[in-house]
Design a protein around this ligand. Structure first.
Ligand code: ATP
Length: 257
């Protein structure tokens, strides 16, 4: 997937200006930026659910708007931020429904679809929730079912908007390990995350949105520099090395210390 001269606006505000960016197999990009910077707007645009204000998003050299919907659905899966369940479907049904584009026009769920749905739920430690009404699930349980539904689509490109936000520590770590494995297996993944340390663990690349149209794209080593992150997030950031890992913390506020 690639963007060429992509610009996104919210009203008169320029969120992203002239973004030239590309992701390929085996890359996991983390989009970083303060609230309202345009991360979700960008992800929706990459999913083909919002038109660019200028420029183009392409996949295999063809603009997204030229892709037939079913073909697009087989290539990318999108996890939006937040969900509102109006109806009492079972968790398993929401995962099966997400597999619709894989079903080659057949109405009934094949055994293979059921197997794929259970496998995806199991990967997210949610198979025991399969028969539960989604409205009865906790926030984190519902999030895990939604991630399972995204993975069950078995697409080469995954677009995940804050997948770890509602998960407890163990499930956050489990999900990040899973994303690392999928990246190593050759998937292309784009996540939005406010957790810099988790992002640093899983991502190969980072795209920083500065909030005024400017952006910075590069490998994690190039982009996740404290000075750049501080400018991007509007607060000074420190990077601390601990047992071979990099942990990001807000710099101490010396005015109050
Ligand atoms: N219909 C609209 N009219 C005006 N502004 C809008 C509209 N839709 C979105 N915006 C604004 O666009 C900006 C970008 O929103 P977006 O959801 O992409 O931010 P984000 O970076 O994902 O933020 P967060 O970290 O809070 O999730 C926000 O300031 C939002 O208020």
């Amino acid at each position: 997937m690639r963007t060429e001269h992509l610009s996104l606006r919210a009203g008169k505000r320029v969120l992203i200006d002239n973004l030239n960016w590309e992701t390929g197999p085996g890359e996991c990009w983390c989009i970083i930026g303060r609230n309202g910077a345009g991360k979700s707007t960008l992800l929706r645009t990459l999913a083909g659910l919002r038109e660019p204000d200028a420029g183009v998003v392409t996949m295999d050299g063809q603009a997204l708007r030229g892709w037939p919907l079913t073909a697009l659905a087989r290539r990318r899966a999108y996890l939006p931020q937040g969900r509102n369940d109006a109806f009492g479907y079972r968790a398993l049904d929401t995962v099966l429904a997400a597999r619709h584009p894989c079903q080659e026009g057949s109405y009934w769920d094949a055994d293979a679809d059921r197997q794929a749905a259970h496998d995806a739920l199991r990967l997210l430690d949610a198979d025991h929730l399969a028969m539960r009404d989604v409205r009865s699930l906790s926030g984190g349980e519902r999030q895990r079912v939604a991630i399972a539904a995204t993975l069950a689509q078995d697409t080469p490109l995954l677009l995940l908007d804050e997948p770890a936000s509602a998960l407890d520590l163990a499930h956050q770590v489990g999900m990040m390990r899973l994303l690392s494995r999928l990246t190593a297996e050759g998937r292309s993944i784009v996540i939005v995350s406010h957790d810099l340390s988790l992002a640093h663990e899983v991502a190969t690349h980072a795209l920083l949105l500065m909030g005024d149209g400017r952006w910075h794209a590069g490998t994690v080593a190039q982009s996740m520099q404290p000075a750049l992150l501080g400018e991007c997030l509007g607060y000074p950031v420190e990077a601390v090395r601990h047992k071979g890992r990099t942990i990001f913390i807000p710099e101490e506020d010396r005015r109050h210390g």
